[in-house]
Design a protein around this ligand. Structure first.
Ligand code: KIV
Ligand code: NA
Length: 276
C-alpha cells in the first residue's frame, strides 16, 4: 500500500471524497488505526490530556511530541503521519519555528506538521513550507489558547468572529497550508469556509460539510472519560471493558484461579530431583 500524501488530500477534495483522520500516541494503537484504512494519523498535543494527564495542551513540549511521534511512525505504513507543534514552539521567532518543525520531521519522522492560528501565524507557516515541510492549519477552538479564549467553547458564532475565521482560512491557504482543521465552529460557517478555499478542511465539531473529519482516538473508543465534548461519537465503550477485564484479573490473582495449567512451564522430574 502506497503512503497517503498531501497530493492525495488535494485530489480527495477535488473528487469529493471525504478524508478520515484520527489521533494516535503510541506504536500499538498506531498499527491498529493504520490497519483501518485511515488517511492520516495525527500525533496531537491532545497527548497532554489523554496520555500525560495534564488538564490542557499547554504543558506539552517538543521532546514529548518527538518521543511519541517516533513510536507512532514506527507503526504506521500507509497513513500520513502529522505531528502537532506544541505550545510556544512556533511563536518565539521564525528561525526557531522552522527548526522545531524540522525536528518533528527529522527526529520524529513526521510527514507533516500542524500548528494553531490564523493571520498571526501566516508568515511562520510560509517560512516552514518554504523549508519543504507540509503544514496543516488549525482554526476555531485552538486549545493552546484556552486561557485566552476563556474556556473550551464554540468559536465564530457571531458574524464578526465568523468573518475573521474566514479571513484566517484564506490567509493560511495563501501561506501554503495543505489542509486546515476546523474545531468547534458552527456547521454553517464550516461549510462557507470549505467552499471558499481549495485546500481540504478537516472538521472536529464542525459538521458534515467539511472535506474530512478528525477525532481523538481515546474519545472514539470510549476510553477517556474526564470530559466528553458534544462533537464526540463513541464507536466503542472500551473503558467499561478495560475496567471489567482488570477486575477479573485481580479477582483471579487473589483466588489463585490465574495462572492456570495452560499458562505455565514445567521441568522434568529428573532435573527437579537433582535440585534437592
Ligand atoms: O491535538 C489534537 O488531537 C488535535 C485534534 C483534535 C485536531 O489537534
Ligand atoms: Na492539537
Amino acid at each position: 500500500n502506497k503512503r497517503v500524501t498531501t497530493a492525495d488530500f488535494r485530489r480527495m477534495k477535488q473528487e469529493g471524497k471525504s478524508i478520515a483522520m484520527l489521533t494516535a500516541y503510541d506504536y500499538s494503537m498506531a498499527t491498529l488505526v493504520d490497519a483501518s484504512g485511515i488517511d492520516a494519523i495525527l500525533v496531537g498535543d491532545s497527548l497532554g490530556n489523554v496520555v500525560l494527564g495534564y488538564d490542557s495542551t499547554v504543558p506539552v513540549n517538543m521532546d514529548d511530541m518527538i518521543h511519541h511521534l517516533r513510536a507512532v511512525t514506527r507503526g504506521v505504513k500507509r497513513a500520513m503521519v502529522v505531528g502537532d507543534m506544541p505550545f510556544l514552539s512556533y511563536h518565539i521567532s521564525r528561525e526557531e519555528s522552522v527548526r522545531n518543525a524540522g525536528r518533528l520531521m527529522q527526529e520524529g519522522l513526521a510527514h507533516a506538521v500542524k500548528l494553531e492560528g490564523g493571520c498571526e501565524v501566516a508568515d511562520t507557516v510560509k517560512a516552514i513550507t518554504d523549508a519543504g515541510i507540509p503544514v496543516m492549519g488549525h482554526l476555531g477552538l485552538t486549545p493552546q489558547s484556552v486561557h485566552q479564549l476563556g474556556g473550551f467553547k464554540v468559536q465564530g458564532k457571531d458574524s464578526e468572529a465568523a468573518k475573521r475565521l474566514l479571513e484566517d482560512a484564506k490567509r493560511l491557504e495563501q501561506a501554503g497550508v495543505f489542509a486546515i482543521v476546523l474545531e468547534c465552529i458552527p456547521q454553517q460557517l464550516a461549510k462557507v469556509i470549505t467552499e471558499s478555499i481549495s485546500v481540504p478542511t478537516i472538521g472536529i465539531g464542525a459538521g458534515v460539510d467539511c472535506d474530512g473529519q478528525v477525532l481523538v482516538i481515546n474519545d472514539l473508543l470510549g476510553m477517556f472519560s474526564n470530559f466528553t465534548p458534544k462533537f464526540v461519537k463513541q464507536y466503542a465503550k472500551l473503558k467499561e471493558q478495560i475496567v471489567e477485564a482488570c477486575t477479573s484479573y485481580v479477582e483471579e490473582v487473589k483466588t489463585k484461579a490465574f495462572p492456570g495449567p495452560e499458562h505455565v512451564f514445567n521441568m522434568n522430574e529428573d532435573q527437579l530431583k537433582k535440585l534437592y
